[in-house]
Design a protein around this ligand. Structure first.
Ligand SMILES: Nc1ncnc2c1ncn2[C@@H]1O[C@H](COP(=O)(O)OP(=O)(O)OP(=O)(O)O)[C@@H](O)[C@H]1O
Ligand SMILES: Cc1ncc(C[n+]2csc(CCOP(=O)(O)O)c2C)c(N)n1
Ligand SMILES: [Mg+2]
Length: 291
């Protein structure tokens, strides 16, 4: 009998969505956030994201860092649309033998992340997993984005400059628990010429082909131009995942001005290649069920 391991995460999601009537949302499944248009005012963004012990973190990790990560992942997806967070709902599924202090630490981290990046806790849900089972933290959020500057994954065109913020690779040395969502960078990119954007969670090797495919394009990458974390190989920078940096396709005539005006206090912006008509492969990256 075929299992999830045989098809992987993307094919599973496509099969599941095939069972559901298509939405008439401005942006439905397939982007970093869904986009709801109420007809006036800012657009509303919706996102949900879960982390699971043993998959995204270990119990030995500082619980406050786990809480930070759970919320920062959702905020990173708002950043990837050019938006910002507003309301969050947190669901925790915990085993009965978990130390109370661990759960409290988790919420300390959630609080710190909300304080740092904005957004309010609107509620949540607490449930159990069987004793010995993994901790799971799921965060659902609502955000907003200016309707003229909402950037999905689909708008890039051949010739667009592909650019990433920050440095890639080596996230397991600790950054996957303490990263800063690129909110200011996302807004700047959205206002400065990005036509397609996403956050990098599964590694450039998995995520860049997703962005290019959504745009109906191929891609070219200058591997040596990819900004790397200290001591990390090009292969690791492409493949490790959990960078939570932004990948954007920028309209070529807006690129020079964007770079010239890029505030020095933001994470650096680096061109790594271009969208092209077709083609392009990058090996590696993370895929649930097969990684
Ligand atoms: N079980 C599901 N049911 C409906 N839609 C789903 C499901 N899982 C994922 N999706 C949708 O598929 C798209 C890809 O999901 P995924 O979780 O990989 O988001 P992402 O933004 O690419 O990754 P990340 O959340 O790590 O940044 C999203 O638009 C998401 O809403
Ligand atoms: C214990 C442990 N093992 C492995 C990893 C690495 N890791 C887990 S999920 C993921 C991709 C993003 O996930 P998603 O697709 O759910 O956004 C990566 C790179 C980790 N952080 N902790
Ligand atoms: Mg994303």
């Amino acid at each position: 009998m075929k299992t999830l391991r045989d098809i992987g995460e993307d094919a599973l999601i496509a099969r599941l969505l095939g069972k559901i009537p298509a939405s008439d949302l401005r942006v439905g499944p397939g982007d970093d956030c869904a986009v709801v248009d109420d007809g006036r005012g800012p657009l509303r963004l919706l996102k949900t994201d879960a982390i699971v012990e043993g998959v995204h973190f270990l119990r030995e990790a500082a619980p406050a860092k786990v809480g930070w990560k759970a919320v920062a992942r959702v905020i990173s997806d708002f950043a990837a649309m050019g938006g910002r967070p507003r309301h969050l709902l947190v669901t925790v599924a915990l085993p009965a033998d978990l130390e109370i202090r661990w759960a409290e630490g988790l919420y300390r981290g959630i609080g710190r992340c909300l304080e740092a990046w904005g957004g309010q806790l609107a509620g949540g849900e607490t449930t159990a997993v069987p004793e010995g089972g993994p901790v799971m933290v799921s965060v659902a959020g609502e955000g907003v984005v200016d309707r003229r500057h909402c950037v999905g994954r689909r708008g890039g065109k051949p010739g667009d400059v592909l650019a990433v913020t920050g440095a890639l690779g080596g996230s397991m040395r600790g950054r996957h628990l303490s990263f800063e969502p690129r909110l200011a960078e996302g807004e700047r990119l959205a206002r400065g010429g990005a036509r397609a954007m996403m956050d990098l969670s599964d590694g450039l090797a998995k995520d860049l082909p997703r962005l290019a495919k959504a745009c109906g394009c191929g891609f070219e990458v200058a591997r040596e131009a990819i900004p790397r974390s200290r001591g990390v190989t090009i292969e690791a920078a492409i493949s490790d995942g959990e960078d939570y940096e932004l990948l954007a396709a920028v309209e070529p005539r807006k690129w020079d001005r964007l770079v010239l005006d890029w505030p020095p206090e933001l994470a650096p912006l680096q061109a790594i290649g271009r969208l092209v008509e077709s083609g392009g492969t990058l090996a590696g990256g993370w895929e649930h069920f097969t990684s």
